[in-house]
Design a protein around this ligand. Structure first.
Ligand SMILES: Cc1cc2nc3c(=O)[nH]c(=O)nc-3n(C[C@H](O)[C@H](O)[C@H](O)COP(=O)(O)OP(=O)(O)OC[C@H]3O[C@@H](n4cnc5c(N)ncnc54)[C@H](O)[C@@H]3O)c2cc1C
Length: 423
């Protein structure tokens, strides 16, 4: 299991957590006692053990109970003053979870990318939004809440269709419509979503999800392969939201930056659970190759072809991790100042490339490991059996690959010389 490495750049004897007042959220969002990196690693180990048992018994309730009893769900609290290291901390947690269950990793990733966005979004000259963000983060940290989200995307005869809309009602709003996807549906305490008011003005809301009569949580969207992501359909029927549920709204640069930043965080973090699956596949291949012998009674691991095959897999895995880390670190640097829209757009481009690279790499590495180990993967109880079924979702979560490819195609086929880009 990888270490969380809280405050990844603060190593050695340096103090790991700054005691300066937070730059964006107030000091009240932080708890008084801060665990050491070793204590966080121990918490992650407990969470992973609970997940292994939960997956084996097809019941993740003890896993979520264990997770909520740790600092991990609210790890963002340690990065309100300085976001450096946040993406790596989230990545490492999601990678560990994904090495057991990519599906559970997808559920938790949805929580982390929303929290990372809210924690790092630079707010300027909007005290109301700033106060709402701070109150929300404080609640999430203190009550150890989990955040689900939905974009209200629906499956109709046109791609990228949104199924909900909001209208003003006195000082509040009413939302009606549906969405095809909401992961973490049973465990999410709060729902974060964006919806257009009167069809034009984007608005970000947070509303209670658990036991909320205004929100209808539907059946599992993927009843077989991806059960542990708990992705369900969602509908709201004239659901009332007060002004306090609104985080920010308006067709302006601030909401546009928020949309881009949350998009970037999602594409940068979604690689983590699937690269965790890839790492697990390499580990399972390693165990197999070292314990099973060839006809000359020497372990298969000593065959020259196996060395090169596994070597290539490891290089691909490492390259995909590198680009995901680079994307996360670029987003962190933006959070430390007031980025230009073009800088956020560049971070989105890199995060999309990370997602695409990781998705393809993870699928291919798991397939390659399966070929190496052979049919015993499917004889019952082998971890790669379930991981094989879940890893095929790597390209399907987040932005579709075709959309990412077209985004890059447009970048390249413009008027400017491609070689002038400093990628
Ligand atoms: C396991 C899982 C969990 C998820 N959890 C959540 C969640 O919690 N919250 C949430 O909001 N969303 C969630 N999603 C949704 C996800 O983030 C994407 O929005 C969704 O997967 C996109 O799929 P779609 O079927 O809506 O794509 P569509 O937009 O319907 O596209 C379908 C296909 O059409 C093609 N296509 C689409 N657009 C273009 C284009 N511009 N050019 C060329 N081809 C194109 C692509 O091949 C694409 O795969 C989840 C998805 C999965 C798979």
């Amino acid at each position: 299991m990888v270490s969380i490495r809280l405050g990844a750049r603060d190593t050695g004897s340096k103090k790991q957590l700054s005691t300066e007042p937070p730059r964006q959220a107030s000091r009240r969002t932080s708890r008084l006692t801060r665990p050491s990196a070793q204590a966080l690693d121990a918490e992650l180990a407990r969470v992973i053990t609970a997940l292994e048992q939960g997956v084996a018994h097809r019941d993740l309730s003890a896993f979520y109970q264990t997770l909520r009893a740790t600092h991990l769900p609210s790890i963002v609290e340690f990065y309100t003053q300085d976001p450096r290291g946040l993406s790596r901390a989230c990545f490492n947690i999601l990678h560990s979870i994904g090495s057991i269950s990519p599906a559970a990793g997808v559920a938790i990733e949805n929580h982390y990318y929303v929290l990372a966005t809210l924690t790092t979004f630079p707010i300027h000259n909007n005290p109301e939004f700033s106060a709402r963000r701070q109150a929300l983060l404080q609640r999430v940290v203190q009550e150890r809440l989990l955040l689900a989200n939905t974009s209200f995307r629906v499956h109709e005869d046109k791609v990228a269709t949104y199924g909900a809309r909001a209208r003003r009602d006195g000082d509040g709003y009413r939302v009606s419509g549906s969405g095809a996807f909401m992961s973490l549906a049973g465990e999410g305490d709060l729902l974060f979503f964006v919806v257009a008011i009167d069809g034009t003005e984007p608005a970000y809301f947070v509303t209670p999800l658990c036991n909320n009569p205004g929100i209808e949580v539907g059946p599992l969207l993927f009843p077989e392969a991806m059960v542990d992501s708990d992705t369900r359909r969602i509908a709201m029927h004239d659901h009332y939201l007060s002004g306090d549920d609104l985080l920010v709204s308006g067709k302006n640069e601030e909401t546009s930056k928020l949309t881009s930043l949350q998009f970037a965080w999602h594409q940068a973090l979604i690689p983590a659970p699937f690269l965790g699956a890839a790492a697990r596949a390499i580990e399972e291949a390693r165990k197999f190759l070292r314990t099973v012998k060839a006809s000359n009674d020497r372990p298969l691991a000593e065959l020259d072809g196996m060395l090169t095959d596994i070597g290539r897999m490891a290089i691909r895995y490492r390259s995909a991790c590198c680009i995901a880390h680079q994307a996360g670190e670029l987003i962190e640097t933006l959070a430390r100042r007031d980025p230009k829209p073009s800088e956020i757009s560049d971070a989105v481009d890199l995060a999309c490339a990370a997602k695409r690279t990781a998705a393809q790499t993870a699928e291919e590495i798991v397939a390659e490991a399966r070929r190496i180990i052979g049919p015993r993967v499917f004889t019952g109880g082998h971890p790669l059996e379930r991981i094989s079924a879940e890893v095929v979702f790597a390209p399907l979560v987040g932005e579709p690959l075709a959309v990412i490819d077209r985004r890059y195609g447009r970048l390249v086929l413009g008027e400017n010389d491609f070689t002038a880009r400093r990628w």
